[in-house]
Design a protein around this ligand. Sequence first.
Ligand SMILES: Nc1nc2c(ncn2[C@@H]2O[C@H](COP(=O)(O)OP(=O)(O)OP(=O)(O)O)[C@@H](O)[C@H]2O)c(=O)[nH]1
Length: 294
Amino acid sequence: MKSGTVVIIGRPNVGKSTLLNRLLGEKVAIVSNKPQTTRTRILGVAHLPEAQIAFLDTPGLHRPQDRLNTRMVQTTLDTVDAGDVVYVVADAARRTAHLDQAVVQEVRRALKNHERQVLLVLNKIDMVRKPLLLPLLDAYNRLYPWTALIPISAKTGDGVDRLLAATVEALPEGEPRYEADMLTDQTMRMLAAELIREQILHETEEEVPHSVAVDIEEFKEEGGLARIGATVLVEKDSHKGILIGQHGARLKRVGTNARLGMERLFGMKVFLQLWVKVREEWRQDERLLAELGY
Ligand SMILES: Nc1nc2c(ncn2[C@@H]2O[C@H](COP(=O)(O)OP(=O)(O)OP(=O)(O)O)[C@@H](O)[C@H]2O)c(=O)[nH]1
């Protein structure tokens, strides 16, 4: 039996969370087309006949601009240390010129000379024409002594079996570390907050997505129904207006879609109430960041 931890790192928006969900066959990480969607480390456990793999999805590697971002990058670098195997995810749809030496630098720094199997996962190959793929893989090959380079599409699932096979190969022999029914370390409260944030990311643009945090104030399960009350924190009055929308239409859509996602994931009816509150500069407030789980 193989058993171990895989840490998933890469720049924002390359598809790390989509890949995690694909590897698990369940949605444990929210996805959006906005960079810096994932703010904390997320654990998802895959139970295969020949291996148990604990995947750790991390916030993207980028230059931090505020304290939330500093924590996010630190979380990522700390998490790399926990891995037997590291996936460096890159976006194949970006031109070769975008090959980022900085990411490789970060990888080297994070690994601090520790022996690690590092796989380059070239994602989004559904968006590139096949002849362009080989030169791209070749260019990546020259950047770092990867254990393997694996082209995939997290969206279609193409190549993911090959990635899993290479991963099992790279993992050490060992006993399973997690119970057979463990999927994620995220609580239902955390998942509920993330599903709300995901809908807000879909509905808003520019600085609003980054100014939002969700605080679950009530979470009660009673007879097949979950009663959830959540406050959405934003940084400015103008953001509050945008989020609520005309006659409350946008907030209503966010609530309905988040509720449907929760009902699917939790397998129960959900009654969801949302409030919006302005908390200036919550991203710079260390105490509040800790309270929110960042
Ligand atoms: N075409 C295509 N799009 C993808 C693929 N994988 C992810 N995406 C899209 O890329 C965007 C970013 O995906 P995420 O999974 O949120 O990326 P991430 O790396 O976790 O992003 P951060 O949390 O911001 O670091 C979303 O719009 C996804 O739908 C893929 O294989 N093909």
